[in-house]
Design a protein around this ligand. Structure first.
Ligand code: APR
Length: 312
C-alpha cells in the first residue's frame, strides 16, 4: 500500500510553525511538529490551527503536535529549527553555546528515532550546527545539510529585482560561503533571465546589494526584534521537496566538503544537487580570484566556529 511521506519539524516556534504550514499546504506528506515538553501544548495548538486551515483552503494531511521523539519514527525528512533566535545587536555566532546544547539533544533524538531521514538544519550559527548534527548522528553526510544559501540567494534575488524593477521570477543569484557576514555572492552567476546583472546595474548599486544581502538577516532582526521566518521556512521546504520528489535541483546549501573547493571536514555553502539520494553531488564552479579569497575567509570563520564548538 502506498504511504504518505512523513516530515518532522523540530522546534514549533516561528520558523517551525511556518514550515508545518508549508508542508501541509503543499501536501508534501504528514507533518509532526515537535517542541520541548513545556511547549508540547503550544505545538499541539499550532498543529490543530494548521489542520483547520486545510478545511478552508482545501488541503489535507495530518499535522501532529508533540514533545515525544517516538512520534518522529519513520520520518522521511526532519527539519531542525530548534534553538534560540537572534535579538537585535546579536550576531548568529553569539548563539553558539546555547544552540549547541540544543542541537546535540535534537541530534540524539533524530539518531534514535529517525535514522533514515534526510535532515535539514536551520538553527544558527548554521554551518557549525549542521556540522554538529552530522557529528552526533553519525549519518551519511549526504543526508545532513544546512539551509542558508537558498535563503541568502533569495534575499539577493529580491534586492536585485527591486533595483532592476523587474520580477523576482526572472532573477537568479548564487550566494556561497558561511551563513554570516562573510558570505560570498558569486556575482558572475547572478543573472536576470540569463543576462549578467553587471550589464544591467551600475557597480555601486551592485555593491550596495551585496552588502545588504550579507546583512539581510540582521536588517530583519532589527526591524522585528527577532529572526526572519517566512523565507527561512520556504528555503528549507524547497530543499525537502527536492529530496522527496528526487528533483535533482542545484541549490546553494551548507554541504559537507571532503576536499571540494579545497576544504576538508567542514560544512559551508556551495552549489549542491539535491535529489532522492540527499545532497548527491557538490557542483564545483569557477570562481574569480577575489571570490575564492572571500570564500577562503568565510571558510576560516566557519572553521573557527567548529573549533570553538568542539571545546564546548
Ligand atoms: N527540542 C525541540 N525544540 C526546542 C528545543 C529542543 N531541545 N530547544 C528549543 N526548542 C524550541 C523552542 O521551544 C522554540 O519553540 O525551538 C523553538 C524556536 O522557535 P523560535 O524561538 O520562534 O525561533 P525561530 O525564529 O523559529 O528560529 C529558530 O532558526 O534561523 C534560526 O537563528 C534562528 O536558531 C534560530 C532557529
Amino acid at each position: 500500500m502506498a504511504q504518505r511521506k512523513k516530515i518532522s519539524v523540530i522546534g514549533a516556534g516561528n520558523i517551525g510553525g511556518e514550515l508545518a504550514m508549508l508542508v501541509a499546504r503543499r501536501e508534501l506528506g504528514d507533518c509532526v511538529l515537535l517542541d520541548i515538553p513545556e511547549k508540547a501544548d503550544f505545538a499541539r495548538g499550532k498543529a490543530l490551527d494548521i489542520m483547520q486551515t486545510g478545511a478552508l483552503d482545501g488541503f489535507d494531511g495530518n499535522v501532529h503536535g508533540t514533545s515525544d521523539y517516538k512520534d518522529i519514527a519513520g520520518s522521511d525528512v526532519v527539519i531542525v529549527t530548534a534553538g534560540v533566535p537572534r535579538k537585535p545587536g546579536m550576531s548568529r555566532d553569539d548563539l553558539l553555546s546555547i544552540n549547541l546544547k540544543i542541537i546535540r539533544a535534537v541530534a540524539n533524538g533524530i539518531k534514535e528515532n529517525a535514522p533514515k531521514a534526510f535532515v535539514v538544519v536551520i538553527s544558527n550559527p548554521l554551518d557549525a550546527m549542521v556540522y554538529e548534527m552530522k557529528k552526533v548522528t553519525g549519518f551519511d553526510p549526504k543526508m545532513v545539510v544546512g539551509m542558508a544559501g537558498v535563503l541568502d540567494s533569495a534575499r539577493m534575488q529580491c534586492f536585485l529585482a527591486m533595483a532592476c524593477k523587474c520580477s523576482t521570477k526572472d532573477v537568479r543569484a548564487l550566494v556561497l560561503g558561511g551563513h554570516g557576514d562573510t558570505m560570498v555572492p558569486a556575482l558572475g552567476y547572478c543573472t536576470v533571465n540569463g543576462i549578467p546583472v553587471k550589464q544591467l546595474l551600475p557597480a555601486d548599486v551592485i555593491d550596495g546589494i551585496v552588502k545588504r544581502t550579507a546583512g539581510g538577516g540582521g536588517e530583519i532582526v532589527k526591524l522585528m526584534g527577532t529572526s526572519a521566518y517566512y523565507a527561512p521556512a520556504a528555503g528549507a521546504v524547497e530543499m525537502a521537496e527536492a529530496y522527496l520528489r528526487d528533483e535533482k535541483r542545484i541549490l546553494a546549501c551548507a554541504a559537507y566538503l571532503n576536499g571540494e573547493y579545497g576544504y576538508k571536514d567542514m560544512y559551508i555553502g556551495v552549489p549542491v544537487v539535491i535529489g532522492g539520494g540527499g545532497a548527491e553531488r557538490v557542483v564545483q564552479i569557477d570562481l574569480s580570484a577575489d571570490e575564492k579569497a572571500m570564500l577562503d575567509k568565510s571558510a576560516e570563520a566557519v572553521r573557527g566556529l567548529i573549533t570553538d564548538a568542539a571545546k564546548l
